[in-house]
Design a protein around this ligand. Structure first.
Ligand SMILES: O=C/C=C/C(C(=O)O)=C(/O)C(=O)O
Ligand SMILES: [Fe+2]
Length: 289
């Protein structure tokens, strides 16, 4: 079993770095920690960065990364995946440095999403984040990734990793955890790529203030403010440049590690299956597809 300790970062390709730089700072509020060559890195918590935009021809997800405990765990992970027929690529020292990690491997998960497993991610413990806007972000919360067959993705992730299912949403989505946080990896039915990137905020007020701020700045809000019955989090989803979906949320449920949690199944025919406040739900999330 490969033990994922935490999320590390997400890398996203962009053909419009200027637009992504402006949006990530002026709208989302992240700190630009470093812009070197074709890569801009953003910080939201003690990780050196949790989001990197890489300028080039590929627009959209390049990789989603998780932290492993150390070198022995990295070797064991590579061996386990290879034994199962998964093609594993070793990061070069230059690639590791660009990611601010000591070492990493990568592979494709179902849905052709590139996943990186890293060790020794650089952390910044003492210096507070220099927020570009006071959005109230407390941390990089979770990732949504897409796969055409959620069940196949579920089987892969639960076979190899310490992933536990927290909840199912029809056959459209599975929300999974690697620690007490209700979900850090959500898999949604779609072709491939990054579904959304979530940032936790400190209060309901932060969600609502950002809602007003986004509206005033002409940002397309795709869902919310609302409250997910799954994690009980109060959420706000919005679109950035190049069709990237961002989310702020507050109040995610913690699941005690006592073995008593049974994954629930939410019926997409119910009017409040995804929003307890029954706000408008985008068509892509409305029914089993
Ligand atoms: O589609 C349902 C989404 C649920 C949640 C939640 O319960 O918090 C998410 O944030 C998510 O999966 O993105
Ligand atoms: Fe989310």
């Amino acid at each position: 079993m490969i033990n994922l300790i935490d999320l590390a970062y997400v890398r996203v390709g962009t053909a419009d770095m200027r637009a992504q730089l402006d949006f990530a700072q002026d709208i989302v509020g992240l700190e630009l920690v470093r812009h070197e060559g074709d890569t801009a890195m953003f910080r939201a918590d003690n990780r050196h960065h949790c989001l990197a935009f890489v300028e080039g021809d590929h627009v959209g997800s390049l990789a989603s990364a998780f932290v492993l405990a150390g070198p022995a765990e990295l070797e064991a992970a590579a061996a386990q995946l290879q034994a199962d027929g998964v093609e594993v690529t070793r990061g070069t020292p230059e690639e590791a440095r660009a990611r601010r990690v000591q070492d990493f491997i990568s592979f494709l998960s179902p849905g052709d999403n590139r996943i990186e497993l890293v060790i020794g991610q650089v952390h910044v413990e003492a210096r507070p984040v220099r927020w570009a806007r006071p959005a109230g972000i407390t941390e990089f919360g979770h990732l949504g990734i897409e796969a055409p067959d959620v069940m196949e993705a579920h089987d892969f992730w639960t076979r190899h990793f310490n992933i536990k299912v927290s909840d199912w949403i029809g056959e459209n989505a599975v929300l999974t955890r690697i620690d007490p946080v209700h979900h850090k990896l959500a898999i949604f039915k779609d072709s491939t790529g990054l579904g959304h990137v979530n940032f936790q905020v400190g209060s309901i007020d932060d969600v609502m203030r950002s809602w007003r701020f986004l509206e005033a700045n002409g940002v397309h809000i795709t869902m919310g403010p609302g409250r997910h019955p799954q994690s009980t989090a109060i959420f706000l989803y919005f679109k950035g440049p190049e069709d990237m979906t961002w989310e702020y949320s507050y109040g995610v449920r913690l699941i005690p590690d006592d073995g008593t949690w049974v994954p629930r199944h939410f019926d997409t025919a119910e009017p409040d299956f995804i929003d307890m406040w029954r706000g408008a739900v985008p068509a892509a999330r409305r029914q089993d597809r």
